[in-house]
Design a protein around this ligand. Structure first.
Ligand code: BMA
Length: 869
């Protein structure tokens, strides 16, 4: 009563004051995560406290019922969990006000996976897809006061196996392909098997009256004379027939000030589902650019929907103005494959991102932001969200939007063949719609891709023979998958987004076929899987290389954390019998093996190491060299890809990160320690690089530029012996040509005729004489690293350069190869590492800001490759 009088008074007086007033009637969302949750193994007679969002594994661990799943060999003894059913329950209150609302909904943003949900003992929902969100009206099941909520998870493994048994043939991928659940949970060649379950995203109670907005899609129609013509498409459900107004407020920055703009429109609603549009013109449009190309500018749009004086919806959307195209033009070699951002061809530099953890709810927002910050630090402009994991967290995409990291977005299917029954297909369709509608407003998303290596697997991995398919079954399987990836998902993406390209399967052609280098995207695994030499990276360059990689071991610290050592002493390795001795004395062999998921991973590392490096005897040296080896492989590949621009227009190495502590292809380990490869990637992804291509009589000195403007530059080649004596020097002036790769000058190999190549290094440095860019730099050796006559360096560490920041400076008397610095007992990523240092150079190394490291000056350790001999 009181509030009605107040409202009348305000409505009467406020127009006189010129101020507008409105009242809110927007849906109220109440989070049920923090309600007291409990869980139990189904039919157990006791309940334990649980965390929501969470997983059953992390809940069991938190209750001391199981040991840390990532520690030692615990994975093995925890496999029983996947075969059980698990129950979660809570009690939540409903107030008198809430019960009076016409709509009371329960919303699960994610249930992993087969879940029956009961409200006050009534079944309200049966969920069967981890990648969908679930919303049910529970009005008729709830009452004022305390209400019971129970979620029963059925074993996904059992369910999957039951589905598999219904088919007369076996699908590659076993039981996991029947379940719409993160496929890596079933184990991968870098990940453990933990087929978990749980309420893995938020749970909410939503009450509303009159109107609820389901989705808002932002569409950029065109940009003409700097004005962007855009619209917001609202999908909403209304309880009334009548008029509403839609509005959007945003600012446009004008130097020195900022102008507020309002877009406004009326719409007539009918009871039920409505689609309404708000058009919006943005003058002086500022475009969104990816890292390296410009600012990733975002407009903050304040949306509102009113019915008279009542606000029925309020929302803030960050939107970016940009166009993205995938260009596949026929050319003399095959077909191009590159992205145009705002009409400009962009060479994509990035990596494949896998889920940050096996137990996803424990990855915090800041960790997603950190991954993206790392990508920016390493000069990347694209990440691929790989299809065997999950559609990433909102925090990940938000960070990509803000930092200009484009996303190659796979749908979650990988390395297997999927069923084609109606239930499965309809479930996938609902998932695709959910995900596309959720992600389409992110300017960072550049491409939708149907799956990872489904096509490649079917055509090249011998499944037909392995599973002894009849012709009929083989046809059915192929048709089912074509229907899914070539038609269903393609059509749904067009319908629910329509602004981005769709690519059915990555790669489009398997690496065993020469056509894979002529068109489409390629996964080149001749190195590693094919045991081909690193040099083949230079010969096998695809049009867009979306996968290639090499393993490197994680740091000693990480190995300590997962319990690799029997004692805290250092291990020993002997070159020829590295396996047994590696495992034998101090490393626990079973644990060490358990944290390497590739069947012959350690052997493959050892084989490649033998080819190029002297194999060290001490474990910590072995780890360091394994990382340097990985880094060198990635450097060779990336430089070859970039030199081949514009033939090749993208390079995404495998893999950015880890989901647990393991030896894998990752460049950042589970604890976010940068491996040597990440430092090399960062150097190789700089806007401008120098890259040496050795030929018979000369070396081509390439300058590759991703800049959008030409610059004048001077490139100096200096030949040194490894003691540091300068033998030859030449400077060439020329143009650093924008967005291209050119041979800037040549180094004549007759100059090294009179020397022993094992004693030589060629240093190339480039300076922009226009001063726009930072300098580019590279070193080149004329033989395998193991042949080099490296000299023992005296590396000095001084501190006079730095004042405000923690930093130190290195100098050397002779050529120091792969200088590795670390702060004893600390896990900090230094600004640079594993680089070559030549006499006359001063290298400043920074600790991360606010590293929290005390007395760092006393704890710096510096070594280089010769220290492992
Ligand atoms: C790629 C990926 C993954 C795998 C990796 C390393 O092709 O798609 O399936 O983990 O190879 O083997």
């Amino acid at each position: 009563m009181k509030s009605t009088i107040l409202k009348c008074l305000l409505l009467f007086f406020l127009p006189l004051t010129g101020l507008a007033i409105s009242f809110e009637k927007i849906p109220v969302e109440r989070d049920l995560n923090s309600a007291k949750w409990q869980f139990r193994k189904k039919a157990n007679n006791y309940w334990l406290p649980a965390k929501v969002p969470g997983t059953v594994h992390t809940d069991l661990f938190a209750n001391n019922k199981i040991p840390d799943p990532f520690y030692g060999n615990n994975e093995k003894q925890l496999q029983w969990i996947e075969n059980e059913d698990w129950e979660y329950r809570t009690v939540f209150p409903i107030s008198a006000k809430e019960i009076g609302q016409p709509h009371i909904e329960l919303q699960f943003d994610g249930l992993d996976t087969y879940a029956n949900v009961y409200v006050n003992d009534s079944l309200v929902l049966s969920a069967d897809n981890m990648f969908r969100s679930w919303n049910v009206d529970v009005k008729k099941y709830v009452h004022e006061g305390k209400n019971k909520l129970l979620v029963v998870f059925e074993s996904a493994v059992r369910k999957g196996k039951a589905e598999a048994a219904k088919l007369s043939y076996v699908l590659p991928g076993d039981e996991k392909v029947f379940t719409r659940k993160a496929q890596y949970q079933y184990g991968w060649d870098w990940g453990p098997r933990f087929v978990t379950c749980g309420i893995w995203k938020n749970v909410k109670l939503i009450t509303w009256n009159e109107l609820k907005v389901n989705k808002v899609q932002f569409i950029q129609d065109s940009i003409i004379n700097e004005t962007a013509y855009t619209r917001f498409e609202f999908n909403l459900v209304s309880d009334f027939d009548g008029e509403v107004t839609l509005s959007d407020y945003f600012s446009i920055p004008i130097p020195g000030t900022s102008r507020r703009i309002k877009c406004f429109e009326r719409a007539m609603l009918k009871k039920g589902i409505n689609n309404v549009t708000l058009h919006c013109e943005i003058p002086k449009a500022i475009l969104w650019w990816c890292n390296g190309m410009g600012m990733p500018y975002l407009y903050q749009m304040q949306l509102q929907l009113n019915k008279g004086d009542f606000v029925l919806y309020k929302g803030i959307k960050d939107v970016g103005l940009r166009t993205i195209e995938l260009i596949q033009d026929k050319d003399s070699i095959g077909k191009s494959f590159y992205f145009k951002l705002n009409g400009v061809p962009v060479f994509m530099k990035g990596a494949n991102y896998i889920p940050s953890d096996n137990f996803l709810p424990r990855t915090a927002k800041y960790q997603y932001q950190e991954i993206v910050r790392n990508a920016v630090d390493a000069n990347m402009n694209m990440l691929r969200v790989w299809g065997g994991g999950v559609y990433a967290d909102d925090a990940f995409y938000d960070a990509c939007d803000k930092n200009g990291i484009l996303v190659w977005q796979d749908f979650m299917f990988a390395c297997a063949m999927y069923p084609g029954d109606d239930h499965f297909v309809n479930n996938v369709a609902a998932e695709v719609i959910d995900q596309v509608e959720c992600l389409r407003n992110h300017p960072s998303i550049a491409l939708w891709c149907g799956n990872n290596e489904v096509d490649e697997g079917w055509k090249n991995w011998g499944w037909q023979k392995q599973f002894k398919y009849s012709e009929k079954d083989s046809t059915t399987i192929a048709q089912n998958n074509a229907a899914l990836f070539n038609y269903l998902i393609n059509d749904l993406v067009k319908l629910h987004d329509g602004t981005r390209p769709y690519w059915p399967s990555s790669p489009s052609i398997g690496w065993g076929h020469k056509e894979s280098l002529l068109e489409g995207d390629s996964h080149y695994w001749g190195v590693w899987w094919g045991m081909e030499p690193f040099e083949n990276y230079e010969k096998k360059v695809g049009r867009f290389v979306s996968e290639y990689g090499f393993q490197g071991m994680p740091s000693m610290n990480t190995m300590y954390k997962y319990g690799a050592f029997k004692t805290k002493q250092k291990g020993l390795i002997h070159e020829d019998e590295y396996v047994s001795d590696f495992y034998g004395h101090r490393i626990d062999s079973t644990i060490f093996k358990a944290h390497q998921k590739h069947p012959s991973g350690y052997q493959t590392i050892a084989e490649y190491m033998k080819r190029s490096y002297k194999v060290p005897h001490k474990l910590e040296d072995y780890i360091y060299v394994s990382q340097v080896l990985q880094a060198e492989g990635m450097r060779i590949a990336i430089e070859a890809h970039r030199r081949a621009k514009p033939y090749c227009m993208g390079t995404l190495y495998w893999q950015m990160n880890d989901c647990w502590p393991v030896t894998s292809w990752s460049s950042l380990d589970y604890y976010n320690n940068w491996k040597a490869s990440f430092y090399h990637v960062k150097r190789s992804y700089k806007d401008v690089i120098i890259s040496v291509e050795e030929k018979q009589d000369s070396c081509n000195i390439f300058v590759v530029s991703d800049l959008t403007k030409n610059e004048n530059g001077e490139l100096t080649m200096e030949l040194f012996d490894l003691k540091g004596k300068l033998l030859f020097s030449k400077t060439t002036h020329g143009v650093i040509t924008a967005n291209s790769s050119v041979v800037f000058c040549r180094f004549d190999k007759s100059l090294i005729k009179n020397y022993n190549i094992n004693d030589l290094v060629l240093k190339c440095s480039l300076k922009s004489t226009d001063n726009y860019i930072s300098d580019a730099y590279c070193t080149h050796y004329f033989t395998s690293v193991k042949n080099l006559n490296l000299q023992k360096p005296n590396i000095s560490v001084t501190f006079d350069y730095c004042e405000q920041v923690q930093c130190f400076t290195l100098e050397t008397d002779v050529v120091a190869k792969n200088v590795f610095n670390f702060i004893e007992g600390e896990s900090v990523n230094l600004s640079d590492n594993y680089f070559d240092l030549l006499p006359g150079e001063r290298k400043n190394i920074y600790l991360p800001r606010m590293s929290g490291v005390k007395n760092f000056k006393k704890k710096i350790v510096v070594k280089s490759l010769i220290d492992t001999y």
